[in-house]
Structures are given as structure tokens and as C-alpha cells.
Design a protein around this ligand. Structure first.
Ligand code: SAM
Length: 284
């Protein structure tokens, strides 16, 4: 535990560290594991949903790279685990720039160690409820050139924030130049059940209770961005919805988790994802 920053309360479960536990990571404490096990006891597919969300993040980052985007602002980036944004970009574009932002001290401390003075990747500790602080931060300005397309990621973070989250997303949408990509995944109330109610109750014990939103509310976060057809270029058919369950956004046969579980749990069917492009038609 030498890596745990002094200000961390080891006795209170935290959503970032519970997510790390769901993904099989080791940056969590007994209180996190206890709370996460309680969630898994009522909803065993939450761990599948976490992995499917992580796989969505990877596909969305690759998609952005294909669109010619070479800089990434990952908001609520979490505790670094296999498949971070810069792990994905470095295989495709070694010069891509990545800024991680998280409010959780463990996530930030661990990211700092992992990044090991890589000049193209950095992390700041900040609350995304203060977009101006992030956009005007000197590290952001050094790394992210807002005159060129950028991918802004709100992956599995907005459902930990109460109230009007469009007020958070809107300043980022406004700051992003044409050709930029907005990537969102969000747990919704679309398929809420007694199981989801119980999970919400368990998350009340963390500093960031779960805030499920209606799918339409999440779709509205894309503003006037053009959402990318989730079925991919081949499918011109019926279900080219803006938002789909995370596992169904341009699925990749390599992702084992995509198969089998997709309709098994409200956590997979109600956990929605989409990508919107600003001011430019998405190249397929
Ligand atoms: C479930 S994890 C998601 C991590 C990563 N984005 C992913 O999808 O794999 C949610 C993260 O959001 C962070 N978070 C929650 N509220 C936040 C806020 N107001 N500002 C910044 N980060 C926040 C948590 O600390 C946690 O690391």
C-alpha cells in the first residue's frame, strides 16, 4: 500500500477502485473489495459490463485514430489498467498525445508512476464538473492543441455525477474544433430492475453514487454533433441508433465478452455508448 496517497480514506469504498477490482486490478482496498463483492452478489454481470465498457473504449479510440485524430482528453480516466488510451494509441500512432484527468488520488498517483515521464502523455487531478479549470490548465494547454481535432472521452464517468451533466459536456463540445470526436458511455435507467435498484443502493456508500439517466438524456449530450452509426459502415439497416449497449458499438470479434452476455443483464443492455463527430461527416 506504499502507493496509496496519504489523503486516501482506506475505510470508505470508492467507485474508481471498485471498478479496478471488477477489471481484475490490484489498486483497491478491503473496503472497495467488500463493496464490489456485495454488488457482484446481487448483479454478477457488473464485472462483464466493466470489461465490455473497457473494450468499447478501445474500439472508440481506434475509431478516432482512423478519423485522423491524434490527441485524446480522457475525462474520468480511472486507475490505469491494461488497455489505457495511450496503450492503444502507441501501437497506431507513437506521436499521439493523451491527457488523463481524474478526481481520485489513487488513480492519479498510479497514472503518474506508470507514465514515467513520457512527454506525450500526462495526468492531472481535477474534477470534471469544472471544465474551464481543465481546459485552461497549463498541462492541458501544453499537450492538447485545441485548434486541431481532439477526442474527448466521457467513458463511464457521467453516471457518477448528479444534476445537469450537459453543463459539463457543453463547454468541451464548444472548445472542440471540427473533426473532433465526443465519446460517451453511460449507465441508463432504460432497463432498470430491482437488481439495478439494489446496485444503486450499494453505490450510495461511495463518494460518487450512481446516477442512472434516461437514454434520451444521454443522447442529448451529443448536442449537434453527428453521431456515428453504431453498426458500422456495412449496416445501412434499421438499428443504426446513436446509442447502443457498450458491447454492441462496432463489435470486434476479438472481444470475447461481447458474445453470450449481451442480453443477459440490465447492466449490459442499459449501459449505452456512442460517438459523435463535430462539424464533419464521419469517414466510415
Ligand atoms: C468507472 S471509472 C471509469 C474509468 C475509465 N473511464 C473507463 O471507462 O475505463 C469512473 C472514473 O471516473 C472518476 N470520476 C468520478 N467522478 C469524477 C469527477 N467529478 N471528476 C473526475 N473524475 C471523476 C472516478 O474517480 C473513476 O476513476
Amino acid at each position: 500500500m506504499s502507493w496509496a496517497p496519504a489523503e486516501v480514506d482506506l475505510t470508505r469504498p470508492n467507485a474508481a477502485r471498485m471498478y479496478d477490482y471488477f477489471l481484475g486490478g490490484s489498486h483497491n482496498f478491503a473496503a472497495d473489495r467488500h463493496a464490489a463483492d456485495a454488488v457482484l452478489a446481487v448483479a454478477p454481470h457488473v464485472a462483464d459490463a466493466a470489461r465490455a465498457n473497457r473494450a468499447f473504449l478501445r474500439r472508440a479510440v481506434r475509431y478516432a485514430l482512423q478519423q485522423g485524430i491524434h490527441q485524446f482528453l480522457d475525462l474520468g480516466s480511472g486507475i490505469p489498467t491494461v488497455g489505457n488510451v495511450h496503450d492503444i494509441t502507441r501501437h497506431i500512432d507513437i506521436n499521439a498525445r493523451v491527457l488523463y484527468v481524474d478526481v481520485e488520488p489513487v488513480a492519479v498517483a498510479h497514472a503518474r508512476v506508470l507514465l514515467n515521464n513520457n512527454p506525450r502523455v500526462d495526468v492531472i487531478q481535477a474534477d470534471i464538473c469544472f471544465p474551464d479549470f481543465i481546459l485552461k490548465n497549463s498541462t492541458t494547454q501544453r499537450l492538447i492543441d485545441l485548434t486541431r481535432p481532439v477526442a474527448v472521452l466521457f467513458v463511464s464517468v457521467l453516471h457518477f455525477i448528479p444534476g445537469d451533466v450537459n453543463a459539463i459536456v457543453e463547454p468541451f463540445r464548444a472548445a472542440m474544433p471540427p473533426g473532433s470526436a465526443l465519446v460517451i458511455s453511460h449507465a441508463t435507467s432504460g432497463t432498470a430492475t430491482s437488481q439495478t435498484d439494489e446496485v444503486q443502493r450499494l453505490y450510495q456508500r461511495t463518494p460518487t453514487p450512481l446516477q442512472l439517466r434516461a437514454p434520451a438524456e444521454v443522447e442529448a449530450l451529443f448536442g449537434d454533433f453527428a453521431t456515428v452509426p453504431a453498426d458500422g459502415p456495412a449496416a445501412k439497416s434499421a438499428s443504426n441508433a446513436a446509442l447502443v449497449p457498450v458491447a454492441r458499438w462496432r463489435p470486434d470479434p476479438e472481444d470475447q465478452i461481447e458474445r453470450g452476455h449481451a442480453s443477459a443483464s440490465p447492466f449490459l443492455t442499459g449501459f449505452l455508448a456512442g460517438v459523435g463527430m463535430k462539424g464533419a461527416a464521419a469517414r466510415e
